[in-house]
Design a protein around this ligand. Structure first.
Ligand SMILES: [Zn+2]
Length: 122
């Protein structure tokens, strides 16, 4: 495995085109989502090589950007074998919902989807 670090978008050029993953809130350039998928949720989202999937699984409607270094305390950890997010840039709040098929897949794994358009209350 390569290092568990997402490609961190740099510079302001074209930053409006960056997209946030609807499941884990990771922010990447859409081309990176298409090329590599989401490093956290690719198993479920299956965005690799599919521009259509990138469109439905990510959104440009997000607020706040944080750089995440230590990401163990995440609900995503419940279904991730690694129990960690990769390090990278994350949106604080994401608007929109994951596609139904992904939601069903989560349900199949016994996980209740929590829309990310609410602030996490720790
Ligand atoms: Zn993701």
């Amino acid at each position: 495995m390569a290092t568990q670090t997402a490609i961190i978008p740099t510079g302001s050029k074209g930053s409006k085109q960056l997209r946030a993953c609807l499941l884990c809130s990771l922010i990447q350039h859409p081309l990176d989502f298409r090329k590599y998928g989401c490093p956290n949720c690719e198993e479920l989202m299956q965005m690799k090589n599919s521009g259509d999937r990138v469109t439905v699984c990510t959104t440009t409607h997000y607020d706040g950007v944080i750089a995440v270094i230590n990401t163990e305390k995440s609900w995503v950890a419940k279904w991730q074998r690694t129990s960690k997010y990769v390090r990278g840039m994350y949106a604080i709040r994401v608007r929109g919902r994951i596609p139904e098929d992904v939601e069903h897949e989560l349900e199949n794994r016994g996980i209740r989807y929590r829309p990310r358009d609410q602030m996490d209350q720790e």
